[in-house]
Design a protein around this ligand. Structure first.
Ligand code: PMP
Length: 323
């Protein structure tokens, strides 16, 4: 779907997957006005297909657009695009279980020009790709590297938007994590380099017995839809849930005195992933016994049961996309 200054959104088309042709002076290639989303369509027990909270993805896409000085795509148009594509590609939605059809909506500027300013032409595109179960052969805890040298996002920056630049800025730290023998980066706040923000593509939750805490939305971390859903699901299951500030020292101390019983990460791709160990320039530690915890696995099953239609959708989160 195209957007042109003075005309708005127009000319939506369903076309076969193919490379894009861009002018070398396309403004996106130089100034990175790019935003995206990620959501999954799951096969339901009756054979139909449904996606999880697409309205929330559509709203976050609008927030990202505002932050990047891009036009907002109406929520209904975003969802209609998902419906049209899934109807076309329904044979690619896996038949059951955790496997899904991953939907990737995104927007780029298409104006040609070498001056820095918001573009006056944009293109919204939706592509899809089948995604297998994230963990084959059982859920494995990840090891994390606390990034003290680099920050992902700062107050007033673009951290709360889903824009390509945030991910580009994260790659050096992710490479450092791999060099350190870890799977993922954990980002700290930009000012004190002390408060836990999030992981490379997932939000974090800390479990203290039956009390569960996730870092509050600081303005520089991404408001994950999985994170938001788990605030509700955990409360439904009887846990005491809160948003709060957790420092590196708190994490280490609570791990040592045994009050911290589990840590997990959550996001659309992996749903829920246990965090098994932590490494930093100052200290390394194993999270509790380093194994996937009971609360982590219970929340994971509860969320997946809703997404795959095994449990009642009492919050109205599932959006049918047609048979
Ligand atoms: N943080 C970042 C940086 C991410 O890229 C993602 C994935 N979208 C998340 C958190 C988790 O968000 P969600 O639950 O909406 O997938």
């Amino acid at each position: 779907i195209k957007w042109t200054e003075g005309r708005g959104w127009h000319d939506g088309q369903l076309v076969p997957y193919a490379p894009l042709s861009l002018d070398p002076a396309n403004m996106t290639l130089h100034y990175a006005q790019t935003i995206f989303e990620g959501l999954k369509a799951y096969r339901q027990p009756d054979g139909s297909v449904a996606t999880f909270r697409p309205e929330a993805n559509a709203e976050r896409f609008q927030n990202s657009a505002r932050r990047l000085a891009m036009p907002e795509l109406p929520v209904e148009t975003f969802i209609e695009a998902c419906e049209v594509l899934v109807r076309q590609d329904r044979a690619w939605v896996p038949s059951q279980g955790e496997a899904s059809l991953y939907l990737r909506p995104f927007m780029i500027a298409t104006e040609v020009g070498l001056g820095v300013r918001p573009a006056n032409e944009y293109l919204f595109i939706l592509i899809a790709s089948p995604a297998g179960a994230y963990f084959s052969g059982g859920v494995k805890p990840v090891s994390v590297w606390l990034s003290e040298e680099y920050v992902r996002a700062a107050p007033g920056g673009t951290g709360a938007a889903k824009t390509g630049g945030n991910y580009a800025a994260s790659l050096v730290a992710q490479a450092q994590a791999i060099e350190q023998g870890c799977d993922q980066v954990v980002w700290l706040d930009a000012i004190e380099r002390r408060w836990i923000e999030e992981m490379g593509g997932m939000n974090l939750y800390f479990v203290y017995g039956s009390r569960i805490v996730t870092p509050e939305l600081s303005g520089s971390l991404l408001p994950g839809i999985t994170r938001d859903s788990l605030l509700t699901i955990a409360a439904d299951l009887g846990y005491e849930v809160a948003e709060g500030r957790i420092s590196v020292e708190d994490w280490k101390a609570a791990n040592e005195d045994g009050s911290l019983t589990e840590v997990f990460a959550c996001g659309t791709a992996a749903v829920i992933t246990p965090v098994g160990s932590v490494k930093s320039t100052r200290a390394n530690w194993t999270v509790a016994d380093g194994e996937p915890g009971a609360v982590t696995m219970r929340l994971r099953a509860a969320l997946l049961d809703i997404q795959t239609g095994q449990a009642p959708d009492k919050h109205g989160w599932m959006h049918p996309l047609g048979a």
